[in-house]
Design a protein around this ligand. Structure first.
Ligand code: NDP
Length: 248
């Protein structure tokens, strides 16, 4: 049974990886799906074509998450195209690693990462709540690294993902009276372009995972669908770890 028919969802960074899997899963549940991208226009358009085949309305928009005005424009464009916005999935992100005492690890890299992973989320939530109605859902893709770093070189990235959790808890309080839920899904090591299961980093990524393997983007999408579904109506201001037991 489709659980999200009649809903309009926006997935930031829907062109690849976890975002693309989430866009597909939302469409499977009957939602109309908008997505954003920054560089992969062709990949985003291919997913739009695929979702059209599932009979839902869909569109892709270019918007750089590092620029709050582009993020605001994205939310406006979605509402102009689809009429409303019910589900916001803040997925777009980058991961830039580097030891904090390495001179080549420049502060501008941190600023860009922070602007996309945290500033973009804040901008999207602030713009979305201007148009979201009672029953809206906001889900942000965080990382288990925001809670347990577990390896070197990830301080800047971890900070951006930890910030999301605090913001989510505050937003859940502010938006509770409007029956809008706000949650974080913290992903573990997921096989995508960002963190390929075939890379030299893979053994480190899976070393602390109870299930001993990478997760698939579809396994994150399943958690997002749950948080967006009617079954999660009493869940807000919390963190759902989908990490194969990395935090255990
Ligand atoms: P990918 O690198 O595979 O995909 C990233 C997506 O984000 C792409 O669609 C990309 O668009 C988009 N994006 C990147 N920068 C911007 C930007 N400035 N503006 C708009 N869109 C942007 O990554 P994943 O699918 O692996 O990651 C998705 C989310 O999951 C991220 O927030 C990441 O931090 C988080 N995560 C991932 C984990 C993993 O192991 N893979 C683990 C924990 C969390 P485009 O294609 O146009 O570049």
């Amino acid at each position: 049974m489709e659980t999200l028919t009649g809903k309009v969802a926006l997935v930031t960074g829907g062109s690849r990886g976890i975002g693309a899997a989430t866009a597909r899963a939302l469409a499977e549940e009957g939602a109309d799906v908008a997505m954003s991208y920054v560089n992969s226009g062709a990949k985003a358009r291919a997913i739009v074509c695929e979702l059209e085949g599932k009979g839902v309305r869909t569109a892709a928009f270019r918007a750089d998450q590092a620029d709050p005005s582009q993020v605001e424009g994205l939310i406006r464009a979605v509402v102009e195209r689809f009429g409303h916005l019910d589900i916001l999935v803040n997925n777009a992100g980058i991961a830039v690693s580097g030891l904090i005492d390495n001179p080549e690890n420049i502060i501008d890299d941190f600023k860009r990462q922070h602007a996309i992973n945290f500033g973009g989320v804040v901008a999207a939530i602030r713009a979305a709540v201007k148009v979201m109605e009672n029953g809206g859902r906001i889900i942000t893709v965080g990382s288990v690294i925001g809670t347990r770093v577990g390896t070197v070189g990830m301080a800047d990235y971890a900070a951006t993902k930890a910030a999301i959790v605090g913001y989510t808890k505050g937003a859940a309080r502010d938006l509770g009276p409007r029956n809008i839920t706000v949650n974080v899904l913290q992903a573990g090591a997921i096989d995508t372009d960002m963190n390929p299961a075939t890379s030299d980093f893979a053994p480190t990524a899976t070393a602390g995972v109870a299930l001993g393997r990478y997760g698939r983007p579809e396994e994150i999408a399943a958690g997002i669908i749950f948080l967006a579904s009617p079954a999660a109506s009493y869940i807000t201001g919390t963190v759902l770890n989908v990490d194969g037991g990395y935090g255990a």
